[in-house]
Design a protein around this ligand. Structure first.
Ligand code: MG
Length: 316
């Protein structure tokens, strides 16, 4: 088994001024984090977490590996909050998936209400259980799932990363099959789109992660876009070839105020979109040498196009 195509996208949504979500697409590691805290603290917490996961995730495997990553992210966010009063109390959710193609499993660790789903054989299954007030009220029979969806406290979480010196990580191992499509998302997606609508969007994208990522963000915004929306998708495929290049890199959200904090490689096609994406990539933390090279290639391509345009303008 191998990791096939993957994609990630993040958007500020229509109500929030800032994007405090972050995501990681560094196969075999994929993750989303949804920060919280005053000022820009939520953004800092999510970014610190994404950077810690990437750093620790390079050589780890399985449930122990994914737990170690999240524990280290917790330590960094907690220590930063102690050292910097402006960020006191900041925290983040995290949902991280570490694929082990040798054993054909995905280890998922999570804290808070960002989710992991799997699409298999046309049906969508939520893999994680939210650490949220409404999820607890549903499991204890106080609320129905429908009531939970409309509950005013539906975004209150009962576990967070970085708000205490230690963190309790929930981990699970999923057996994979070729053709599986995994979706990680911040709560800005499921609060706007019911599972049926998410499944229909994935079906319409015919399993293409890049098409699906963009379509999910568009659909969540069409339903109101009340929160930041972040989605990461990856597929598992037959064979043991090295992971394919992503069909398309993330692009900045459609909202001009959007501020993606991902670490995806940049697109190399010499388009305006690529120029924007590579500019964003250079600002991102922890972009690896590969990402930087492709970003530089994009900039060179754009400069060449600019020179040609200038030449064309002068000769005219
Ligand atoms: Mg959120």
């Amino acid at each position: 088994m191998r990791i096939g195509r993957w994609a990630g996208d993040t958007d500020t949504g229509r109500r929030r001024l800032r994007n405090e979500d972050a995501f990681v697409c560094e196969p075999p590691l994929f993750a989303v984090a949804d920060g919280m805290g005053g000022a820009r603290a939520g953004e800092i917490a999510a970014r610190l977490t994404a950077a810690a996961l990437e750093e620790v995730g390079v050589e780890t495997k399985g449930e122990q590996g994914v737990t170690a990553m999240i524990v280290e992210a917790n330590r960094r966010v907690w220590e930063r909050a102690l050292a910097d009063p402006a960020t006191a109390g900041m925290g983040t959710t995290v949902t991280a998936a570490l694929v082990d193609t040798d054993s054909g499993t995905v280890a998922i660790g999570h804290v808070g209400d960002s989710r992991a789903y799997r699409m298999r054989g046309g049906s969508l299954e939520q893999l994680t259980t939210d650490h949220s007030l409404v999820a607890e009220l549903v499991s204890s029979g106080v609320l129905t799932p429908e009531e939970a969806e409309r509950h005013p406290q539906r975004s209150a979480i009962t576990r967070a990363l970085g708000t205490e010196p230690t963190v309790e990580v929930e981990v699970l191992t999923i057996d994979c099959e070729p053709g599986d499509l995994y979706l990680l998302c911040s709560d800005g997606l499921p609060t706007m789109l019911a599972d049926g609508a998410i499944a229909a969007t994935l079906e319409a994208a015919e399993g293409d992660p890049a098409v699906a990522a963009e379509a999910l963000v568009v659909a969540a915004n069409q339903q109101g876009g009340e929160d930041n929306i972040t989605v990461v998708l990856f597929e598992l495929a037959e064979g043991d070839a090295p992971a394919a290049e992503p069909a398309r890199a993330d692009t900045p959200g459609s909202d001009p105020g959007s501020d993606p904090t991902s670490v995806e490689p940049a697109q190399t096609a010499p388009t305006q979109e690529a120029a924007e994406a590579s500019e964003v990539d250079l600002r991102k933390h922890g972009a690896g040498p590969g990402g930087r090279l492709t970003a530089i290639a994009s900039i060179v391509a754009v400069l060449v196009i600019g020179a040609l345009a200038l030449y064309w303008g002068i000769s005219k």
